[in-house]
Design a protein around this ligand. Structure first.
Ligand SMILES: Cc1cc2nc3c(=O)[nH]c(=O)nc-3n(C[C@H](O)[C@H](O)[C@H](O)COP(=O)(O)O)c2cc1C
Length: 175
């Protein structure tokens, strides 16, 4: 696990290579295995590999979402907020789980924030409503984020363990 944590970086440029079906199956398992508060399992996942839809999703949030146009796969994390008061935490855990599952499969990934973000072309419209329209997501659902995935055009340098800020770690209290 520590190796995955060190190696994982946000990857925003991908090759044209398709992701093998076995790897997609593993990503589906990873999404569904992520833990949830009170085991409510309220998060759901829309897997998108259709080029036209990926292109449309990339325009839902051009600042910070443009890489979706070149991704082989996007996983849109949604949840019915009435089913759990910790749906945001649960969706974040799922997003993180998918990030590391992708890394383990030697795939690059990047988190695209949708919740609390506006549509860049019109500040009155939420990025969430644009994504919901594109994917026919029901009115009861919130859109948390999109995980963009593909084979990296280039791996980025791994995290520098020597520069970790240990002043942020406390033992037995904050003094
Ligand atoms: C909550 C959250 C939201 C993020 N939203 C975006 C986003 O919308 N677009 C993007 O390109 N990267 C996004 N990122 C990726 C961060 O920019 C990235 O993780 C950070 O710069 C550290 O780089 P690294 O992932 O390579 O270590 C997000 C990451 C997190 C955890």
């Amino acid at each position: 696990m520590i190796d995955l944590l060190i190696k994982r970086r946000s990857i925003r440029k991908y090759t044209d290579e398709k992701i093998e079906e076995q790897k997609v199956e593993i990503l589906k398992k990873a999404a569904l295995l992520a833990p949830t508060g009170k085991n409510k399992k309220e998060c759901e996942f829309v897997f998108v590999d259709d080029r036209e839809l990926l292109e449309k999703l990339s325009k839902a949030k051009p600042q910070g979402g443009k890489m979706l146009e070149g991704a082989a796969l996007a996983i849109v994390i949604i949840a019915d907020e009435t089913k759990s008061d910790v749906w945001i935490e649960d969706a974040s855990v799922a997003a993180t789980t998918l990030h590391y599952a992708a890394q383990d499969l030697e795939l690059g990934s990047c988190w695209v924030q949708i919740r609390n973000r506006m549509f860049d072309y019109d500040a009155e419209i939420s990025a969430e409503s644009v994504v919901k329209d594109i994917l026919n997501i029901g009115v009861d659902y919130k859109v948390h984020s999109i995980i963009s995935i593909g084979y990296p055009e280039k791996w980025r340098p791994e995290n520098d363990v020597a520069s970790l800020d240990y002043s942020k770690i406390y033992e037995n209290g904050c003094k």
